[in-house]
Design a binder for this molecule. Structure first.
Ligand SMILES: Nc1ncnc2c1ncn2[C@@H]1O[C@H](COP(=O)(O)OP(=O)(O)O)[C@@H](O)[C@H]1O
Ligand SMILES: [Mg+2]
Length: 590
């Protein structure tokens, strides 16, 4: 538990201790109100006891004084209730602001993590973890700062006051019950947290699985496997249900039940002892009621709020675990402190003895060296899986090379700021994904300041005009999640339009027209050639007819360059390229 408090203070407190002075003032005010509430909680039972004493010794005081004391008691109670509400209002805005900042920083952090993290992470599980963290964050804070710490302070002060007023034996008993109860709670909650972790895992697994199943909607229909999906889903839901039932049973019986038994037995023994004293005249009725009320107030508040809050903290800690683990992952790609800004002009690209592996086990690129002179076009060809797209990813610095270096105008790309590097490169990726919004928003993505005329021109160059004109909603057509409502060729042309708007200094066309028919391909090819004239261009292609015009063609096989030269030179070598060319020509003629 102390670890939980430490984590909250160290890692989460900065999110609520904002630079904004109004937020700080609210937080400090709520702490002040907590202190007032503690003071009132200690005074009220005393006032109650005092009132009883005055009533029972009616002869000793005037009636108006007694009524005044009773009124004062009621007033104190009302003030205490109002303070609690005011404290909650104050802290509410601060905590929600904290949730906002925590979520935003997690969002930014996720975007800074490597592509590999995103390829392996389960989005459904991440969203669920964020959702849980958004609920756990304010709960933990409330619990620690408004309940557990104040309760501990309150009980210690109450025990001292109690002891001072009625004898230190009573104070000691109250404190002893508190320590016993806390000890049990810490143990029980720790024990129950294992079941909560099991429940969280089962829930995340189910959510991630459902998200994956929905993503594969089409495939499931192709193989008529809805029944299988239904059964798998049911199995996971059953596991979740079992984990949830186990979690609630342990919480209610083990944590709350055990705690209530401790308080119940203590109360029984304490009341019996008090009753015994009252019966034998060692206590007045007033004292009996006052001492009993005092004891009851603090022990019942332990049951009402303390146990619940201790459980909330432990659960909150488990709920935050996944998010904390994500925060602990360091981004692989780090910008240098004084990173250079890439100037927008056709750069000269060099790959110097580049080797690369995604997982440090299998080499994907092995000692690759080539260059793309400024403003020239180089084509990369090779069988599938030979590492062509990987070269594109390295240029974007999604990964750093394992060995060697990539130079832009003689400077290592690790010296540039990521933003300026990525701004300078335009890619038509092999797999295009779209945002779940309109076609227009997708085309101008990343260029919020472009005019509709620019968009219109890009659409014209990407041969999308006719397609958009045929759509009933035109530019405002929604493309569906990940662009699933568009065909492969349409998505590819959206990516082409995007690159026409971007106008970078280095172009990468990764099988840019592979999803298009031959006619559209030729038309777009012409536009792409015009676009990239005078700019450094890397074309990755499968159909050799699309790269014959390149200044240099590089043939990649199993991560190694096996041939390079111009189209005619390569044909002259009579090697891999020549045989591929031969093959594709015959296929084409057939
Ligand atoms: N994130 C990844 N983690 C591990 N291996 C990967 C990853 N991405 C691609 N690979 C592997 O790297 C090799 C080259 O991939 P890629 O560059 O996409 O090939 P291609 O030449 O077809 O574009 C493939 O064998 C692929 O399985
Ligand atoms: Mg590829």
């Amino acid at each position: 538990m102390s670890r939980a408090i430490w984590i909250v203070v160290k890692q989460l407190f900065p999110y609520v201790w904002d630079k904004d002075w109004r937020m700080r003032a609210r937080l400090l005010l709520s702490f002040l109100l907590v202190a007032c509430a503690i003071a009132l909680n200690i005074i009220i039972p005393l006032a109650f006891g005092y009132t009883i004493q005055k009533i029972t010794t009616i002869g000793g005081s005037s009636k108006s004084l007694i009524l005044f004391i009773i009124g004062g008691y009621g007033l104190l109670w009302t003030i205490s209730a109002l303070i609690t509400q005011l404290r909650d209002v104050c802290i509410f805005s601060v905590l929600e602001h904290g949730v906002h900042r925590l979520s935003l920083s997690l969002f930014d952090h996720l975007h800074n993590l490597s592509l590999n993290f995103h390829l392996t992470a389960k989005t459904g599980a991440i969203i669920q973890a964020l959702d849980r963290a958004q609920r756990a964050f304010p709960d933990m804070f409330w619990a620690i700062f408004l309940y557990v710490i104040p309760s501990c302070v309150e009980i210690i002060l109450a025990s001292i006051t109690f002891g001072y007023l009625y004898g230190f034996g009573y104070g000691f008993v109250l404190f002893f019950v508190f320590v016993l109860y806390c000890g049990y709670m810490l143990y029980a909650v720790e024990w129950a947290s294992g079941f909560q972790r099991g429940y969280n895992d089962a829930q995340s697994k189910t959510s991630a699985w459902i998200a994956d199943s929905l993503t594969n909607f089409e495939t499931i229909k192709y193989f008529s496997s809805q029944k299988y999906e239904h059964l798998s889903c049911e199995q996971l839901l059953l596991e979740r249900e079992t984990a949830a039932t186990r979690r609630w049973t342990t919480t209610f019986i083990g944590v709350y039940g055990g705690g209530s038994v401790i308080i119940g037995i203590s109360l029984l023994i304490f009341t019996l002892a008090l009753g015994y004293k009252a019966l034998y005249g060692k206590l007045t009725v007033g004292e009996f009621v006052a001492i009993h009320a005092y004891f009851l107030q603090f022990t019942s508040s332990l049951i009402d709020s303390f146990a619940y809050m201790v459980r909330k903290i432990r659960e909150g800690l488990v709920d935050m675990e996944y998010v904390m683990r994500i925060f602990a992952i360091k981004p692989d790609i780090i910008e240098k402190p004084l990173a250079l800004c890439m100037i927008k002009q056709a750069p000269h690209i060099e790959f110097c003895n580049v080797s690369f592996s995604y997982d440090n086990q299998r080499m994907i690129l092995d000692d690759v060296s080539f260059d793309i002179p400024a403003g020239k076009t180089v084509a990369l060809i090779g069988s599938t899986g030979s590492g062509k797209s990987t070269i594109g990813r390295l240029l974007f610095r999604f990964f750093d090379v394992t060995n060697g270096a990539i130079l832009f105008d003689g400077k290592d790309i690790r010296d540039f700021s990521l933003d300026s590097l990525r701004c300078g490169i335009g890619i038509i990726p092999q797999d295009v994904t779209l945002f779940d919004t309109t076609l227009y928003e997708n085309i101008r993505y990343g260029h919020l300041n472009v005019s509709p005329i620019d968009v219109e021109y890009a659409v014209h160059c990407a041969l999308l005009k006719d397609f958009i004109d045929r759509l009933p909603q035109g530019y405002q057509t929604l493309v569906g999640s990940r662009g699933l409502a568009l065909s492969g060729g349409e998505k590819q042309r959206v990516a082409i339009a995007r690159v026409f708007l971007k106008r970078p200094s280095l172009y990468i066309f990764d099988e840019a027209t592979s999803a298009l028919d031959t006619y559209t391909q030729q038309m777009i090819q012409k536009n792409l050639c015009e676009l990239s004239t005078g700019n450094t261009t890397l074309i990755i292609a499968h159909r050799l007819s699309t790269v014959v015009h390149a200044d240099k063609i590089i043939v990649l096989q199993n991560g190694k360059i096996i041939e390079q030269g111009s189209h005619t030179e390569l044909l002259g070598y009579n090697g891999y390229y020549a045989s591929m060319w031969q093959q594709q020509q015959t296929l084409f003629l057939k």
